[in-house]
Write a protein that binds this ligand. Structure first.
Ligand SMILES: *[C@@H]1O[C@H](CO)[C@@H](O)[C@H](O)[C@H]1NC(C)=O
Ligand SMILES: *[C@@H]1O[C@H](CO)[C@@H](O)[C@H](O)[C@H]1NC(C)=O
Ligand SMILES: *[C@@H]1O[C@H](CO)[C@@H](O)[C@H](O)[C@H]1NC(C)=O
Ligand SMILES: *[C@@H]1O[C@H](CO)[C@@H](O)[C@H](O)[C@H]1NC(C)=O
Length: 511
Protein backbone atom coordinates (compact mmCIF):
# COMPACT_ATOMS: atom_id res chain seq x y z
CA UNK A 1 0.00 0.00 0.00
CA UNK A 2 2.67 2.41 1.04
CA UNK A 3 4.87 1.46 -1.86
CA UNK A 4 2.07 1.98 -4.30
CA UNK A 5 1.39 5.45 -2.98
CA UNK A 6 5.00 6.51 -3.26
CA UNK A 7 5.10 5.32 -6.82
CA UNK A 8 1.98 7.28 -7.71
CA UNK A 9 3.42 10.46 -6.27
CA UNK A 10 6.71 9.97 -8.03
CA UNK A 11 5.01 9.58 -11.40
CA UNK A 12 3.06 12.74 -10.84
CA UNK A 13 6.14 14.73 -9.95
CA UNK A 14 7.95 13.63 -13.06
CA UNK A 15 5.07 14.23 -15.43
CA UNK A 16 4.57 17.67 -13.87
CA UNK A 17 8.18 18.52 -14.51
CA UNK A 18 8.05 17.38 -18.12
CA UNK A 19 4.90 19.31 -18.89
CA UNK A 20 6.28 22.51 -17.45
CA UNK A 21 9.67 22.29 -19.01
CA UNK A 22 8.32 21.59 -22.46
CA UNK A 23 5.68 24.31 -22.23
CA UNK A 24 6.01 27.98 -23.18
CA UNK A 25 5.66 30.75 -20.57
CA UNK A 26 2.31 30.21 -18.98
CA UNK A 27 -0.67 32.16 -20.07
CA UNK A 28 -2.55 32.43 -16.82
CA UNK A 29 -5.90 31.75 -18.42
CA UNK A 30 -4.61 28.37 -19.58
CA UNK A 31 -2.58 27.63 -16.51
CA UNK A 32 -1.12 24.19 -16.28
CA UNK A 33 -3.50 22.12 -14.16
CA UNK A 34 -0.62 20.91 -11.98
CA UNK A 35 0.17 24.43 -10.86
CA UNK A 36 -3.50 25.14 -10.38
CA UNK A 37 -3.68 21.99 -8.29
CA UNK A 38 -0.80 23.28 -6.18
CA UNK A 39 -2.46 26.69 -5.76
CA UNK A 40 -5.65 25.04 -4.54
CA UNK A 41 -3.94 22.51 -2.33
CA UNK A 42 -2.09 25.19 -0.42
CA UNK A 43 -4.91 27.69 -0.22
CA UNK A 44 -3.94 30.23 -2.88
CA UNK A 45 -7.13 29.60 -4.82
CA UNK A 46 -10.52 28.85 -3.39
CA UNK A 47 -11.08 25.13 -3.39
CA UNK A 48 -14.01 24.07 -5.54
CA UNK A 49 -16.88 24.23 -3.13
CA UNK A 50 -17.91 21.23 -1.07
CA UNK A 51 -15.36 19.02 -2.82
CA UNK A 52 -12.37 20.02 -0.69
CA UNK A 53 -13.50 21.01 2.75
CA UNK A 54 -10.34 19.75 4.39
CA UNK A 55 -7.05 21.57 4.65
CA UNK A 56 -5.52 19.84 1.73
CA UNK A 57 -6.52 17.80 -1.26
CA UNK A 58 -5.06 14.76 -2.91
CA UNK A 59 -2.54 15.32 -5.67
CA UNK A 60 -4.41 13.26 -8.20
CA UNK A 61 -7.86 14.65 -7.63
CA UNK A 62 -9.36 16.35 -10.66
CA UNK A 63 -9.32 20.02 -9.87
CA UNK A 64 -10.37 21.39 -13.22
CA UNK A 65 -14.07 22.15 -13.00
CA UNK A 66 -13.98 25.31 -10.88
CA UNK A 67 -14.69 28.68 -12.42
CA UNK A 68 -11.80 31.09 -12.09
CA UNK A 69 -11.31 34.51 -13.53
CA UNK A 70 -7.97 35.57 -14.90
CA UNK A 71 -7.81 38.13 -12.11
CA UNK A 72 -8.27 35.44 -9.47
CA UNK A 73 -5.48 33.43 -11.02
CA UNK A 74 -3.16 36.42 -11.25
CA UNK A 75 -3.78 37.28 -7.60
CA UNK A 76 -3.02 33.71 -6.60
CA UNK A 77 0.24 33.75 -8.55
CA UNK A 78 1.19 37.08 -6.99
CA UNK A 79 0.74 35.61 -3.53
CA UNK A 80 2.74 32.55 -4.49
CA UNK A 81 5.53 34.72 -5.89
CA UNK A 82 5.59 36.73 -2.71
CA UNK A 83 5.90 33.63 -0.56
CA UNK A 84 8.52 32.14 -2.88
CA UNK A 85 10.53 35.39 -2.92
CA UNK A 86 10.20 35.89 -6.68
CA UNK A 87 9.50 39.16 -8.49
CA UNK A 88 5.79 39.77 -8.09
CA UNK A 89 4.41 39.97 -11.60
CA UNK A 90 1.27 37.85 -11.55
CA UNK A 91 2.70 35.78 -14.40
CA UNK A 92 4.83 32.73 -13.91
CA UNK A 93 7.18 30.85 -16.18
CA UNK A 94 7.20 27.09 -16.44
CA UNK A 95 10.65 26.84 -14.95
CA UNK A 96 9.73 28.91 -11.90
CA UNK A 97 6.53 26.95 -11.40
CA UNK A 98 8.26 23.62 -11.46
CA UNK A 99 10.86 24.83 -8.98
CA UNK A 100 8.18 25.96 -6.55
CA UNK A 101 6.16 22.79 -6.88
CA UNK A 102 9.17 20.66 -6.06
CA UNK A 103 10.34 22.69 -3.05
CA UNK A 104 10.47 20.96 0.30
CA UNK A 105 7.68 22.33 2.45
CA UNK A 106 5.16 21.80 5.20
CA UNK A 107 1.98 20.00 4.18
CA UNK A 108 -0.34 22.63 5.66
CA UNK A 109 -2.07 25.36 3.65
CA UNK A 110 -0.42 28.74 3.25
CA UNK A 111 -3.62 30.73 3.40
CA UNK A 112 -6.91 30.31 5.10
CA UNK A 113 -8.83 31.22 2.00
CA UNK A 114 -11.07 34.19 2.55
CA UNK A 115 -9.24 35.16 5.74
CA UNK A 116 -7.22 38.34 5.64
CA UNK A 117 -3.52 37.63 6.05
CA UNK A 118 -1.57 39.37 8.75
CA UNK A 119 2.06 39.34 9.70
CA UNK A 120 1.38 36.29 11.78
CA UNK A 121 -1.70 34.31 11.03
CA UNK A 122 -3.71 32.45 13.59
CA UNK A 123 -5.59 29.29 12.92
CA UNK A 124 -8.35 30.63 15.13
CA UNK A 125 -8.38 27.68 17.52
CA UNK A 126 -6.21 27.32 20.61
CA UNK A 127 -5.57 25.19 23.68
CA UNK A 128 -7.75 25.93 26.68
CA UNK A 129 -4.88 25.03 29.01
CA UNK A 130 -1.40 26.55 29.00
CA UNK A 131 0.11 23.40 30.46
CA UNK A 132 0.26 20.74 27.79
CA UNK A 133 1.47 17.16 27.69
CA UNK A 134 3.14 15.37 24.80
CA UNK A 135 4.30 11.94 23.82
CA UNK A 136 6.74 10.81 21.16
CA UNK A 137 4.85 7.79 20.01
CA UNK A 138 6.97 6.52 17.11
CA UNK A 139 10.59 7.29 16.40
CA UNK A 140 12.63 7.51 13.20
CA UNK A 141 15.61 5.27 12.56
CA UNK A 142 17.50 8.26 11.10
CA UNK A 143 18.46 9.50 14.56
CA UNK A 144 18.92 8.07 18.02
CA UNK A 145 15.96 8.12 20.41
CA UNK A 146 17.84 10.53 22.68
CA UNK A 147 18.55 12.93 19.82
CA UNK A 148 14.90 12.94 18.76
CA UNK A 149 13.73 13.47 22.34
CA UNK A 150 16.14 16.32 22.97
CA UNK A 151 15.31 17.95 19.63
CA UNK A 152 11.58 17.88 20.34
CA UNK A 153 12.23 19.20 23.83
CA UNK A 154 14.30 22.06 22.44
CA UNK A 155 11.61 22.86 19.88
CA UNK A 156 8.94 22.99 22.57
CA UNK A 157 11.22 25.09 24.76
CA UNK A 158 11.43 27.70 22.03
CA UNK A 159 7.66 28.10 22.19
CA UNK A 160 7.45 27.89 25.99
CA UNK A 161 10.31 30.38 26.44
CA UNK A 162 8.37 32.89 24.36
CA UNK A 163 4.99 32.40 26.04
CA UNK A 164 3.27 31.15 29.18
CA UNK A 165 3.02 27.62 27.82
CA UNK A 166 4.65 24.66 29.54
CA UNK A 167 5.13 21.15 28.16
CA UNK A 168 5.54 17.86 29.96
CA UNK A 169 6.66 14.69 28.28
CA UNK A 170 4.66 11.58 29.10
CA UNK A 171 6.14 8.13 28.51
CA UNK A 172 3.82 6.00 30.65
CA UNK A 173 1.63 3.90 28.37
CA UNK A 174 -2.12 4.40 28.30
CA UNK A 175 -2.06 8.01 29.51
CA UNK A 176 -3.81 10.45 27.19
CA UNK A 177 -1.70 13.39 26.07
CA UNK A 178 -2.43 16.60 24.19
CA UNK A 179 0.27 16.42 21.52
CA UNK A 180 1.13 13.05 19.96
CA UNK A 181 4.28 13.09 17.87
CA UNK A 182 4.96 10.35 15.30
CA UNK A 183 7.18 9.51 12.38
CA UNK A 184 4.95 7.96 9.74
CA UNK A 185 4.94 6.88 6.09
CA UNK A 186 2.16 6.60 3.55
CA UNK A 187 -1.29 5.91 4.98
CA UNK A 188 -1.13 6.15 8.73
CA UNK A 189 -4.63 6.38 10.06
CA UNK A 190 -5.66 9.93 9.25
CA UNK A 191 -6.92 11.16 5.89
CA UNK A 192 -3.57 12.62 4.94
CA UNK A 193 -1.09 10.04 3.65
CA UNK A 194 2.48 11.27 3.33
CA UNK A 195 3.94 11.81 -0.13
CA UNK A 196 7.25 9.96 -0.13
CA UNK A 197 10.67 11.64 -0.18
CA UNK A 198 10.81 15.39 -0.87
CA UNK A 199 8.05 17.97 -1.15
CA UNK A 200 5.84 17.63 1.94
CA UNK A 201 7.93 16.93 5.01
CA UNK A 202 5.32 16.83 7.76
CA UNK A 203 1.86 17.90 8.81
CA UNK A 204 0.21 18.78 12.07
CA UNK A 205 -3.25 19.26 13.50
CA UNK A 206 -4.39 22.59 14.88
CA UNK A 207 -5.91 22.71 18.40
CA UNK A 208 -9.55 22.59 17.18
CA UNK A 209 -11.66 21.15 19.99
CA UNK A 210 -8.56 20.00 21.93
CA UNK A 211 -9.43 16.31 21.50
CA UNK A 212 -8.53 13.44 19.17
CA UNK A 213 -5.90 14.32 16.59
CA UNK A 214 -5.79 17.95 17.74
CA UNK A 215 -2.20 19.11 18.22
CA UNK A 216 -0.65 15.93 16.79
CA UNK A 217 2.44 16.09 14.59
CA UNK A 218 3.26 13.59 11.84
CA UNK A 219 6.74 13.67 10.32
CA UNK A 220 7.13 12.02 6.93
CA UNK A 221 9.66 9.27 7.66
CA UNK A 222 10.42 8.90 3.95
CA UNK A 223 12.60 11.98 4.50
CA UNK A 224 16.06 11.66 5.96
CA UNK A 225 16.21 13.69 9.16
CA UNK A 226 19.31 15.25 10.64
CA UNK A 227 20.34 17.53 13.49
CA UNK A 228 23.15 20.05 13.98
CA UNK A 229 23.71 20.58 10.27
CA UNK A 230 23.97 16.90 9.32
CA UNK A 231 22.96 15.66 5.92
CA UNK A 232 19.18 15.73 5.70
CA UNK A 233 16.14 17.75 6.70
CA UNK A 234 16.82 19.62 9.93
CA UNK A 235 14.48 18.07 12.47
CA UNK A 236 14.68 21.05 14.83
CA UNK A 237 13.37 23.57 12.29
CA UNK A 238 10.65 21.18 11.17
CA UNK A 239 9.60 20.37 14.74
CA UNK A 240 9.43 24.02 15.78
CA UNK A 241 7.38 24.74 12.66
CA UNK A 242 4.93 21.85 13.04
CA UNK A 243 4.53 22.44 16.77
CA UNK A 244 3.65 26.04 15.87
CA UNK A 245 0.67 24.61 13.99
CA UNK A 246 -0.13 22.34 16.95
CA UNK A 247 -0.39 25.45 19.08
CA UNK A 248 -2.62 27.35 16.65
CA UNK A 249 -0.34 29.29 14.29
CA UNK A 250 -0.72 29.32 10.51
CA UNK A 251 1.85 30.07 7.84
CA UNK A 252 3.33 33.52 7.25
CA UNK A 253 5.00 35.15 4.28
CA UNK A 254 8.25 35.95 6.00
CA UNK A 255 11.31 33.76 5.47
CA UNK A 256 12.80 34.85 8.80
CA UNK A 257 9.78 33.39 10.54
CA UNK A 258 9.73 29.77 11.62
CA UNK A 259 6.16 29.63 10.33
CA UNK A 260 7.33 30.22 6.75
CA UNK A 261 5.84 27.34 4.71
CA UNK A 262 9.01 26.31 2.86
CA UNK A 263 11.90 24.48 4.40
CA UNK A 264 14.74 26.98 4.36
CA UNK A 265 17.55 24.67 5.44
CA UNK A 266 19.56 24.23 8.60
CA UNK A 267 20.24 27.38 10.62
CA UNK A 268 22.96 27.10 13.28
CA UNK A 269 21.30 29.29 15.91
CA UNK A 270 17.66 28.81 15.12
CA UNK A 271 15.38 31.25 16.88
CA UNK A 272 11.76 32.25 16.57
CA UNK A 273 11.16 35.23 14.29
CA UNK A 274 9.57 38.40 15.61
CA UNK A 275 6.16 37.49 14.29
CA UNK A 276 6.36 33.93 15.60
CA UNK A 277 6.81 35.45 19.03
CA UNK A 278 4.03 37.97 18.46
CA UNK A 279 1.75 35.18 17.28
CA UNK A 280 2.32 32.83 20.19
CA UNK A 281 2.08 35.66 22.71
CA UNK A 282 -1.14 36.84 21.10
CA UNK A 283 -2.68 33.47 21.98
CA UNK A 284 -0.92 32.42 25.18
CA UNK A 285 0.53 35.63 26.63
CA UNK A 286 4.12 36.72 27.29
CA UNK A 287 6.25 34.74 29.71
CA UNK A 288 6.28 35.93 33.29
CA UNK A 289 9.65 37.61 33.52
CA UNK A 290 11.35 38.17 36.79
CA UNK A 291 14.19 40.13 35.28
CA UNK A 292 13.84 42.31 32.26
CA UNK A 293 16.31 41.34 29.57
CA UNK A 294 17.57 44.45 27.83
CA UNK A 295 17.56 43.82 24.10
CA UNK A 296 20.44 46.20 23.66
CA UNK A 297 23.43 45.18 25.72
CA UNK A 298 25.86 47.98 26.38
CA UNK A 299 27.52 48.69 23.05
CA UNK A 300 31.27 48.57 22.80
CA UNK A 301 32.74 51.91 23.79
CA UNK A 302 34.90 53.90 21.41
CA UNK A 303 38.42 52.52 21.32
CA UNK A 304 40.38 55.48 20.08
CA UNK A 305 38.53 58.65 21.02
CA UNK A 306 40.55 60.74 18.61
CA UNK A 307 39.16 58.97 15.55
CA UNK A 308 35.57 58.81 16.74
CA UNK A 309 33.43 61.67 15.53
CA UNK A 310 31.32 63.64 17.96
CA UNK A 311 27.78 63.96 16.72
CA UNK A 312 28.20 67.72 16.59
CA UNK A 313 30.96 67.36 14.03
CA UNK A 314 29.25 65.20 11.47
CA UNK A 315 28.49 66.65 8.10
CA UNK A 316 25.43 64.76 7.20
CA UNK A 317 23.02 62.25 8.63
CA UNK A 318 22.53 59.14 6.50
CA UNK A 319 19.44 57.74 8.16
CA UNK A 320 17.46 57.76 11.38
CA UNK A 321 15.03 55.21 12.72
CA UNK A 322 13.08 54.28 15.82
CA UNK A 323 13.26 50.53 16.42
CA UNK A 324 10.57 48.43 18.05
CA UNK A 325 12.18 48.76 21.46
CA UNK A 326 11.46 52.50 21.13
CA UNK A 327 15.06 53.61 20.82
CA UNK A 328 15.83 56.10 18.09
CA UNK A 329 19.14 55.85 16.29
CA UNK A 330 20.90 58.26 13.95
CA UNK A 331 23.41 56.91 11.42
CA UNK A 332 26.30 58.63 9.68
CA UNK A 333 29.19 56.94 7.89
CA UNK A 334 30.56 54.12 10.02
CA UNK A 335 28.87 55.32 13.22
CA UNK A 336 25.55 55.64 14.92
CA UNK A 337 24.18 57.41 17.97
CA UNK A 338 21.21 56.80 20.18
CA UNK A 339 19.11 59.94 20.14
CA UNK A 340 17.67 61.45 23.32
CA UNK A 341 15.07 64.16 23.75
CA UNK A 342 17.96 66.57 23.76
CA UNK A 343 21.36 65.27 22.80
CA UNK A 344 22.70 61.87 21.88
CA UNK A 345 25.02 59.14 23.18
CA UNK A 346 28.65 58.75 22.21
CA UNK A 347 29.37 57.46 18.72
CA UNK A 348 29.24 53.70 18.34
CA UNK A 349 30.45 51.56 15.49
CA UNK A 350 27.80 50.22 13.13
CA UNK A 351 29.82 47.12 12.27
CA UNK A 352 30.33 46.17 15.91
CA UNK A 353 26.75 46.58 16.98
CA UNK A 354 24.52 45.78 14.00
CA UNK A 355 25.77 42.42 12.88
CA UNK A 356 25.99 42.19 9.10
CA UNK A 357 25.02 45.79 8.40
CA UNK A 358 27.32 48.02 6.36
CA UNK A 359 28.53 51.59 6.84
CA UNK A 360 27.07 54.51 4.89
CA UNK A 361 23.49 53.31 4.72
CA UNK A 362 20.94 55.25 2.69
CA UNK A 363 17.76 54.96 4.68
CA UNK A 364 15.91 53.01 7.37
CA UNK A 365 12.38 52.47 8.55
CA UNK A 366 10.56 50.35 11.10
CA UNK A 367 7.27 48.67 10.35
CA UNK A 368 5.07 49.16 13.36
CA UNK A 369 2.94 46.18 12.43
CA UNK A 370 5.81 43.70 12.42
CA UNK A 371 8.38 45.49 14.55
CA UNK A 372 10.97 44.82 11.86
CA UNK A 373 13.48 47.52 10.97
CA UNK A 374 14.63 47.75 7.35
CA UNK A 375 17.96 49.28 6.36
CA UNK A 376 18.61 50.26 2.75
CA UNK A 377 21.86 50.80 0.93
CA UNK A 378 22.12 50.80 -2.85
CA UNK A 379 20.19 47.79 -4.06
CA UNK A 380 20.69 45.98 -0.76
CA UNK A 381 18.51 45.85 2.29
CA UNK A 382 18.68 44.21 5.73
CA UNK A 383 16.01 43.29 8.26
CA UNK A 384 16.60 43.68 12.00
CA UNK A 385 14.40 43.08 15.00
CA UNK A 386 15.52 45.92 17.28
CA UNK A 387 19.30 45.42 17.08
CA UNK A 388 19.19 41.70 16.29
CA UNK A 389 19.93 40.75 12.70
CA UNK A 390 17.11 38.82 11.10
CA UNK A 391 18.06 38.72 7.42
CA UNK A 392 20.23 40.37 4.88
CA UNK A 393 21.62 41.60 2.73
CA UNK A 394 18.67 41.03 0.43
CA UNK A 395 18.04 42.68 -2.92
CA UNK A 396 15.44 45.45 -3.15
CA UNK A 397 14.16 43.86 -6.34
CA UNK A 398 12.50 41.42 -3.93
CA UNK A 399 10.40 44.31 -2.69
CA UNK A 400 9.64 45.41 -6.25
CA UNK A 401 11.11 48.83 -5.65
CA UNK A 402 11.91 50.77 -8.82
CA UNK A 403 15.51 51.22 -9.99
CA UNK A 404 15.41 54.87 -9.13
CA UNK A 405 15.18 53.98 -5.44
CA UNK A 406 18.49 52.10 -5.51
CA UNK A 407 20.04 55.14 -3.90
CA UNK A 408 17.12 56.44 -1.92
CA UNK A 409 17.36 59.45 0.36
CA UNK A 410 15.03 58.40 3.15
CA UNK A 411 12.27 56.00 4.13
CA UNK A 412 9.50 56.15 6.69
CA UNK A 413 6.12 54.94 7.81
CA UNK A 414 3.32 57.28 8.84
CA UNK A 415 1.29 56.67 11.99
CA UNK A 416 -2.00 54.84 11.35
CA UNK A 417 -0.95 53.91 7.81
CA UNK A 418 0.69 50.62 8.61
CA UNK A 419 0.35 49.04 5.20
CA UNK A 420 2.35 51.81 3.59
CA UNK A 421 5.96 52.86 3.45
CA UNK A 422 7.16 56.13 1.94
CA UNK A 423 10.42 56.37 0.06
CA UNK A 424 12.10 59.64 -0.87
CA UNK A 425 14.59 60.48 -3.59
CA UNK A 426 15.41 63.94 -4.88
CA UNK A 427 12.18 65.85 -5.34
CA UNK A 428 10.00 62.73 -5.52
CA UNK A 429 8.39 60.29 -3.17
CA UNK A 430 6.86 56.84 -3.62
CA UNK A 431 4.08 55.25 -1.63
CA UNK A 432 4.65 51.52 -1.24
CA UNK A 433 2.07 48.97 -0.16
CA UNK A 434 3.32 45.95 1.81
CA UNK A 435 0.19 43.94 1.12
CA UNK A 436 0.57 44.13 -2.64
CA UNK A 437 4.37 44.32 -2.36
CA UNK A 438 4.48 47.07 -4.93
CA UNK A 439 4.53 50.84 -5.35
CA UNK A 440 0.97 52.17 -5.46
CA UNK A 441 -0.47 53.44 -8.73
CA UNK A 442 0.12 57.10 -9.44
CA UNK A 443 3.56 57.25 -7.79
CA UNK A 444 6.16 58.77 -7.72
CA UNK A 445 4.78 62.18 -6.88
CA UNK A 446 6.50 65.48 -6.25
CA UNK A 447 7.29 65.90 -2.54
CA UNK A 448 5.97 69.44 -2.29
CA UNK A 449 2.66 68.49 -3.90
CA UNK A 450 1.64 66.72 -0.71
CA UNK A 451 4.11 67.68 1.99
CA UNK A 452 3.67 71.42 2.06
CA UNK A 453 6.81 73.20 3.20
CA UNK A 454 9.19 70.25 2.93
CA UNK A 455 12.47 70.57 1.07
CA UNK A 456 13.77 68.20 -1.59
CA UNK A 457 16.79 65.94 -1.00
CA UNK A 458 15.89 65.01 2.54
CA UNK A 459 18.47 63.07 4.53
CA UNK A 460 16.39 61.05 6.92
CA UNK A 461 12.89 60.67 8.30
CA UNK A 462 11.71 58.96 11.46
CA UNK A 463 8.86 58.77 13.93
CA UNK A 464 9.57 60.44 17.23
CA UNK A 465 7.47 60.23 20.36
CA UNK A 466 3.68 60.11 20.04
CA UNK A 467 3.90 59.43 16.33
CA UNK A 468 5.43 62.80 15.46
CA UNK A 469 7.37 62.74 12.23
CA UNK A 470 10.80 64.30 12.04
CA UNK A 471 12.46 65.05 8.71
CA UNK A 472 16.16 65.88 8.58
CA UNK A 473 17.65 67.92 5.79
CA UNK A 474 21.12 69.42 5.89
CA UNK A 475 21.48 70.77 9.37
CA UNK A 476 17.77 71.37 9.77
CA UNK A 477 14.85 69.38 11.10
CA UNK A 478 11.17 69.65 10.33
CA UNK A 479 8.28 68.41 12.42
CA UNK A 480 5.31 67.24 10.38
CA UNK A 481 1.70 67.50 11.33
CA UNK A 482 -0.11 64.49 10.04
CA UNK A 483 -3.61 65.26 11.24
CA UNK A 484 -5.72 66.86 8.54
CA UNK A 485 -3.53 68.13 5.73
CA UNK A 486 0.00 66.83 5.92
CA UNK A 487 2.51 69.63 6.18
CA UNK A 488 5.31 71.18 8.16
CA UNK A 489 4.49 72.52 11.62
CA UNK A 490 4.85 76.23 12.27
CA UNK A 491 8.28 77.37 13.42
CA UNK A 492 10.24 74.77 11.46
CA UNK A 493 12.85 74.05 10.22
CA UNK A 494 14.98 74.36 13.31
CA UNK A 495 18.66 73.61 13.54
CA UNK A 496 19.04 69.96 14.38
CA UNK A 497 22.49 70.28 15.86
CA UNK A 498 21.97 73.26 18.10
CA UNK A 499 18.25 72.99 18.89
CA UNK A 500 17.97 69.24 19.31
CA UNK A 501 21.45 68.03 20.10
CA UNK A 502 22.54 71.07 22.03
CA UNK A 503 25.75 71.44 20.07
CA UNK A 504 27.33 74.82 20.61
CA UNK A 505 29.32 76.58 17.97
CA UNK A 506 32.47 75.85 20.02
CA UNK A 507 31.52 72.21 20.16
CA UNK A 508 31.22 72.03 16.44
CA UNK A 509 34.61 73.66 15.91
CA UNK A 510 36.35 71.48 18.46
CA UNK A 511 35.49 68.17 16.85
C1 LIG B 1 14.91 28.76 27.14
O1 LIG B 1 15.25 29.63 28.20
C2 LIG B 1 16.23 29.08 29.09
C3 LIG B 1 16.37 30.04 30.25
O2 LIG B 1 16.59 31.35 29.82
C4 LIG B 1 17.53 28.86 28.33
O3 LIG B 1 18.51 28.29 29.19
C5 LIG B 1 17.27 27.90 27.18
O4 LIG B 1 18.43 27.75 26.41
C6 LIG B 1 16.15 28.43 26.32
N1 LIG B 1 15.84 27.40 25.35
C7 LIG B 1 15.75 27.63 24.05
C8 LIG B 1 15.48 26.46 23.18
O5 LIG B 1 15.88 28.73 23.56
C1 LIG C 1 2.13 33.79 34.81
O1 LIG C 1 1.35 34.69 35.57
C2 LIG C 1 -0.05 34.44 35.47
C3 LIG C 1 -0.78 35.57 36.16
O2 LIG C 1 -0.10 35.97 37.31
C4 LIG C 1 -0.37 33.06 36.04
O3 LIG C 1 -1.75 32.80 35.94
C5 LIG C 1 0.41 32.01 35.25
O4 LIG C 1 0.21 30.73 35.82
C6 LIG C 1 1.90 32.32 35.24
N1 LIG C 1 2.54 31.44 34.29
C7 LIG C 1 3.68 30.83 34.55
C8 LIG C 1 4.22 29.98 33.45
O5 LIG C 1 4.28 30.95 35.59
C1 LIG D 1 -13.70 17.00 18.10
O1 LIG D 1 -13.59 17.23 16.69
C2 LIG D 1 -13.47 16.03 15.93
C3 LIG D 1 -13.20 16.43 14.51
O2 LIG D 1 -14.10 17.39 14.07
C4 LIG D 1 -14.73 15.18 16.11
O3 LIG D 1 -14.62 13.99 15.37
C5 LIG D 1 -14.90 14.87 17.58
O4 LIG D 1 -16.12 14.19 17.76
C6 LIG D 1 -14.90 16.13 18.41
N1 LIG D 1 -14.89 15.75 19.82
C7 LIG D 1 -15.65 16.35 20.72
C8 LIG D 1 -15.50 15.83 22.13
O5 LIG D 1 -16.41 17.26 20.46
C1 LIG E 1 19.93 43.19 -7.33
O1 LIG E 1 19.26 42.64 -8.45
C2 LIG E 1 19.47 43.39 -9.66
C3 LIG E 1 18.58 42.79 -10.72
O2 LIG E 1 18.54 41.39 -10.66
C4 LIG E 1 20.95 43.34 -10.03
O3 LIG E 1 21.18 44.11 -11.19
C5 LIG E 1 21.76 43.92 -8.87
O4 LIG E 1 23.12 43.81 -9.13
C6 LIG E 1 21.42 43.18 -7.58
N1 LIG E 1 22.12 43.85 -6.48
C7 LIG E 1 22.85 43.21 -5.58
C8 LIG E 1 23.48 44.04 -4.54
O5 LIG E 1 23.01 42.00 -5.60
Amino acid sequence: MVGFLQKTCLVIVLSTAVEFILGKPVNNAKLNPKLENYLRRYGYLQPAEKVFPQWRVSWDQDLSPSVKSEQEMEDAIRKLQRVANLPITGKITDVEAVKIINKKRCGMKDFQTGKRTKRFTLDGTSWHSKHLTYRIQDFSSDLSREDIESTIERALQMWSNASQLTFTQVTAPGVKVDVNIKFVTGFHGDRYPTDGPGKELAHAFVPLNNTGLAGDVHFDDDETFAINGGNGVDLLWLAVHELGHSLGLDHTYYPDSVMFPYYTGYRPHLQLGGDDVDGIQHIYGSPNRTTATPSFTSPSPPISPASIPHICSIQRIDAAVKTKNRNTYVFSGAYFWKLHKSGATKAMSIKENWVGLEDNIDAALTRRKTGMTYFFKGSKYWIFSATAAVQGPLNITQLNLPDELKTMDAAMELPRAEDHAYFFKGDKYWRYSWSTASVDQGYPQIITSLWKGLPNDIDAAFQWKRGRIVILNGGGYYLLKHKGKIGVKKGFPKTFFSHWLGCSVTNIREH
